[in-house]
Design a protein around this ligand. Structure first.
Ligand SMILES: [Mg+2]
Length: 384
């Protein structure tokens, strides 16, 4: 079997894009076709039109070739070699960031092709099934007042979730307000629901984002026993994460902005995070994610994949979770963006706070070609 075509299709909802949101108001679908008629789908949660340029770029130098040109003509079963070829021949503009994101989308689509060719779910190709369901945490934005934080948390407790994450939003306010938000969320959750807080690292006049300040803040949160505190520092601040992890009694976690095995090695060994959060659509696809999972296993920590976009990324995360020993949680985006439901109309099954692992061939989901065409936006939107 040979790969005949790699397409990068930006999609975008009509109207305004909110700055604070889940990532699925726009996106980029990766479609990989083969001479056997099998089509694989991937997605990249990154800057869609930058990803498109990286995939479609003509060859400029032996070490600066657009990804489609590297991949087309190869046998999808050579997925590991294909990953290495993409890494090698993009080295002038790659190694980190959006090039690895773009590679991730292609890698997911290739695994989808192999699964469909074998008539097996991806988890079966990754080593088989440790679990057929996993606790899903409802992932949402932290409101700005304690009353709203209480209501938001209560809503997801009432919906049956056993774990909830509130992130960003209200955490850009002063530290006393942040503590009140955490207190309100715990009051609404009771003692038996795990609460995760993604406190964000963007600078604001009211906050200092450094390890000593974050150690103090996390210690104030500890009274309300958070399950984990996410991205309290800049993602690259490995030394800072190490200090924060060693000086608090809460799980300090990070990883959605990290890429490749090399990046995660630093995050784990220097940052000493309590679990890692690779996004399959950014970290390097399944081909890197399974290695990152093994590295995490060797350091006695779990993998809790980041997913905050469409059902394609969600399904990819579930296949990894099914196939590795060190997984116990799925991030489930409860933000109701219509585009996401249109692209994968039959969403992941969630029941009593658990997400069920898809068991159809490949990713085990149906991607709507009709919706892709409806939302397709090849030209770069101007003026925003
Ligand atoms: Mg996050």
């Amino acid at each position: 079997m040979k790969i005949t075509k790699v397409e990068a299709i930006p999609i975008r909802q009509k109207g305004k894009i909110e700055a604070i949101n889940d990532s699925s108001q726009d996106g980029i679908i990766i479609k990989v076709s083969t001479d056997a008629g099998i089509v694989g789908y991937g997605e990249v949660d990154s800057a869609p039109w930058v990803v498109k340029a990286i995939i479609e770029s003509p060859a400029s130098h032996r070490m600066a070739i657009g990804l489609a040109k590297i991949v087309e003509g190869q046998d999808p079963y050579d997925v590991e070699k294909i990953w290495n070829d993409m890494y090698k021949y993009s080295i002038f503009y790659g190694q980190h960031g959006v090039t690895i994101h773009a590679m991730s989308g292609i890698d997911i689509a290739i695994w989808d092709i192999i699964g469909k060719a074998e008539n097996k779910p991806i988890w079966k190709l990754l080593g088989g099934q440790f679990r057929d369901k996993v606790k899903a945490y409802a992932s949402t934005l932290m409101p700005y007042t304690p009353e709203e934080a209480y209501e938001e948390t209560k809503k997801h407790v009432d919906a049956g979730y056993k774990a909830i994450k509130l992130g960003w939003g209200g955490f850009e306010q002063d530290e006393n307000t942040q503590v009140k938000l955490v207190e309100a969320a715990r009051k609404a959750a009771g003692d038996d629901v795990d609460l995760l807080f993604d406190i964000g690292f963007l600078p604001s006049e009211q906050l200092t984002i450094d390890a000593p300040s974050r150690i103090q803040l996390v210690k104030r949160f500890e009274k309300y026993h958070p399950y984990a505190i996410e991205e309290a520092l800049w993602p690259h601040d490995y030394e800072g994460y190490g200090r924060l992890s060693e000086n608090t009694n809460t799980r300090i976690v990070c990883g959605e902005n990290e890429t490749t095995l090399f990046g995660f090695k630093q995050l784990i060994e220097i940052g000493k995070v309590a679990f890692v959060q690779p996004d399959i659509s950014r970290c390097g696809g399944f081909t890197q994610a399974r290695k990152i999972a093994s590295l995490a296993e060797a350091h006695s920590i779990n993998v809790v994949p980041h997913c905050w976009s469409s059902g394609i990324v969600e399904a990819a995360a579930l296949h990894l979770i099914a196939a590795i020993p060190n997984a116990n949680l799925l991030e489930y985006d409860v933000y109701p963006t219509q585009l996401r439901f249109d692209i994968v109309p039959e969403d992941i099954k969630i029941k009593d706070g658990y997400a069920y692992i898809p068991d159809g061939p490949g990713l085990g989901i149906s991607v709507s070609e009709e919706a892709i065409e409806k939302y397709r936006c090849d030209d770069i939107p101007r003026g925003e």
